[in-house]
Design a protein around this ligand. Structure first.
Ligand SMILES: NC(=O)c1ccc[n+]([C@@H]2O[C@H](COP(=O)([O-])OP(=O)(O)OC[C@H]3O[C@@H](n4cnc5c(N)ncnc54)[C@H](O)[C@@H]3O)[C@@H](O)[C@H]2O)c1
Length: 397
């Protein structure tokens, strides 16, 4: 289906991310059917959309009349029958649980027109499995937005095993039409691109803290002030949601085994106590008085090169597994998480041999699989492809 025929969109799930996705579609002229379990949740979602639109008006990014038009394009529903009957496109944004998602995909499939494309905003679950819950798996793809959708420019477009090219192209072009930058995740692998890299970086940070090598604040100060990342890793976990980090961590561990050994001792007690981070007022930090204070004088307590090395190692696995191109990975980390540089560019500047030695040193010290250098790194180094200095690394110079 060409994207010019996409006029009406269903957004299923109006929570943290769903309401923002609905807003972006409406701001770009699409009619939106926003569906959730009850009117209370939908009322709250509209309230948040109104708040966000007001911010855009205050910052003069849109006019007041645009805000009014945008709101008028969003209709709310609690019944699938009514919400799905004349849509061209659907995106599911409900909790990260495969059973719930499959049920919803099956419902959307039964109740929406045959031409409609059905997508999921899942952070890490199988697109192919959701496609199998429908009678149109070739029209099912991943459309993974980043939080907050109103501001973040990245969208990962994920091919399920059965997704046809027409569908991938439509989701890709639609993302551009919404003012976003899409990247292609060629295979339906767990964590896709960005969350897979972020997931292993979080694990490294969790283990470093758990081993007593750094304080939380010291690790975050090093990430922010030495590494120039936009937030410390613990602060970012709280911002994304500790519950989601835990769920994604479990999915990654199941998919990739010991390389993604989760630090359960650290994260499980928080999840059990429902300390999910910013949204619940406490997580790794106390958020009741706003953003946590990360003192800059603690920068250096943690060696942020470790975050880079582990990210570069996972990047090498993504390329070896033919999941993504170096450019997509770099765009993903720069736009999806605000990293100062993509891992491929960083590795090429620093030297792949330097990164390999860093990983090998960590592997010899801790004997954890996450530090074990990916075979692609050895292969490149043997060929003399060590980065900018040799005019070839992840990129050609
Ligand atoms: N939080 C993030 O930063 C982030 C970023 C990217 C992707 N995601 C993904 O987006 C999805 C949603 O995450 P979230 O953080 O917005 O969750 P959330 O819990 O804030 O929102 C989920 C919404 O779905 C609704 N819901 C539950 N069951 C439903 C059903 N059967 N029909 C309709 N609505 C139903 C809930 O009432 C809730 O409003 C997950 O798959 C998550 O992995 C989250």
């Amino acid at each position: 289906m060409g994207i010019d025929s996409i006029k009406k969109v269903a957004v299923v799930g109006a929570g943290l991310v769903g309401h923002g996705i609905a807003q972006v579609f409406a701001m770009n002229g699409y009619d939106v059917n926003l569906l959730d379990l009850n009117d209370e949740i939908l009322k709250e979602a509209l309230h948040k959309i109104q708040w966000s639109l007001n911010k855009f008006v205050e910052k003069r990014r849109i006019r007041e009349e645009d805000a009014i038009t945008t709101l008028s394009k969003i209709k709310t529903f609690t019944r699938y029958e009514k919400a799905m009957n004349d849509i061209d496109f659907a995106i599911e944004v409900v909790p990260e649980n495969m059973d719930i998602k499959k049920k919803i995909f099956s419902k959307i499939d039964k109740l929406s027109p045959a031409h409609a494309i059905i997508t999921s905003n899942t952070s890490a679950l199988s697109i192919s499995a959701m496609g199998m819950a429908t009678n149109r798996p070739e029209q099912v793809a991943g459309m993974h937005w980043f939080h907050p959708p109103q501001l973040m420019r990245l969208i990962e477009v994920i091919n399920g095993d059965d997704t046809n090219k027409e569908t991938t192209d439509a989701v890709f072009d639609l993302s551009k039409r919404l003012g976003k930058t899409p990247i292609l995740c060629k295979k339906d692998v767990r964590g896709f691109i960005v969350n897979r890299i972020l997931g292993i970086v979080f694990n490294e940070a969790f283990w470093a803290y758990q081993r007593g090598e750094t304080s939380k604040e010291g690790l975050d100060a090093s990430t922010k002030y030495t590494g120039n990342f936009p937030m410390g890793w613990f602060e970012l976990c709280d911002y994304i949601g500790v519950d989601l980090i835990y769920d994604v961590g479990t999915i990654l561990h199941e998919a990739y085994g010991s390389r993604f050994q989760p630090c359960e001792e650290l994260i499980e007690p928080l999840v059990r106590a429902k300390k999910y981070g910013q949204k619940t007022g406490s997580g790794f930090y106390d958020w009741s008085k706003g953003r946590p204070n990360i003192p800059s004088n603690l920068a250096g307590e943690y060696d942020v090169e470790r975050s880079w090395a582990i990210a570069i190692n996972e990047t090498a696995w993504l390329i070896l597994d033919d999941v993504a191109e170096p450019e997509s990975i770099d765009i993903g980390m720069e736009l999806g998480t605000g990293w100062p540089l993509g891992p491929c560019k960083y590795a090429d500047r620093k030297g792949l041999d330097w990164e390999y030695n860093k990983l090998e040193g960590l592997y010899n010290k801790y004997r954890m699989e996450m530090y074990n250098p990916c075979p692609l790194l050895s292969e490149y180094i043997e060929k003399g492809w060590t980065g900018k200095k040799t005019k070839k690394g992840f990129y050609k110079y």
